[in-house]
Write a protein that binds this ligand. Sequence first.
Ligand SMILES: Nc1nc2c(ncn2[C@@H]2O[C@H](COP(=O)(O)OP(=O)(O)OP(=O)(O)O)[C@@H](O)[C@H]2O)c(=O)[nH]1
Ligand SMILES: [Mg+2]
Length: 291
Amino acid sequence: MTTFRAGFVALVGPPNVGKSSLLNAVLGERLAIVTAKPQTTRSRILGILPRPGAQLLFLDTPGRHRGTRRLNEALNAVVEEVVRDCDVALLLVDRTVGWTEIHDELAGSLAARSAPAIVVGTKSDLPAAGDAPWPIPEAPVGWPAHAISARTGDGLEALLDAVAGALPESPALYDAETLTDRPVRWLCGEMIREAVFELLDQELPYSIAVEVRSFEEGGKHVRLRADLLVERDSQKRIVVGRGGSMVKRIGIRAREAIEAFLDRPVHLELFVKVDPGWPKSPRRIGELGYS
Ligand SMILES: Nc1nc2c(ncn2[C@@H]2O[C@H](COP(=O)(O)OP(=O)(O)OP(=O)(O)O)[C@@H](O)[C@H]2O)c(=O)[nH]1
Ligand SMILES: [Mg+2]
């Protein structure tokens, strides 16, 4: 009898290294939002990939970062939990940036629990990646290393083979149809947050949360109502924009992404609301699904 393997594969690394892009590339599905800004991902997102003889359960995580806000602490707690519980860890290094102190910390945690770990060099399609040394000199001795590009797909098959081979023998842990543990309506909320990150400048996106209030499937349309939560009135004015122009742009961009994801026409209504305490309240952070 051939052996079946299954287990949890952690995607960890500093913000912006390409964790969510790698998840989407291996699944062939835009499950996790991706933006040019660091600290986009705010939660653990499970993405399930069936392979011949294996089931790979990828866990995307928020970039591990420093910061004292309650939200940051919650995000780092997510990373710690995934590092502690995974069967294999992929430690991602942006090849155009190289190894950082955050990699030292994560490598230390992984070595302490002696989980199999693989160093993944990302963004190999960029010229600056080719100029940097490979394999990465600071990476722990003996850890396998794979250079990949989520953009072109280079290196992904070899990486997936290595990951599958490192998983424990186990029957499949989820049924074959399952793609993720996140509800569709929450994933739609994330696409609204992606538009927020793309259209608003500087620090403002970090103060914004999205709460989907209703998700109705009727006829061929999906009807979605969501709140954009900000911390202060001054932020609300910017997010609404002159005569509602900004919230309208966010709505148009988000609707297009959600329609592509659901493959159906979508009616989206957005409301901007002040919720001063949300990033400081563990209860709100949990309700919003950022944990
Ligand atoms: N050229 C190139 N860019 C990439 C690749 N992978 C990711 N990027 C870009 O890098 C940026 C960050 O990608 P993400 O996937 O959001 O990174 P992340 O590690 O999930 O970031 P956080 O969620 O903020 O921690 C985005 O602008 C991506 O388009 C790649 O293979 N090639
Ligand atoms: Mg991400």
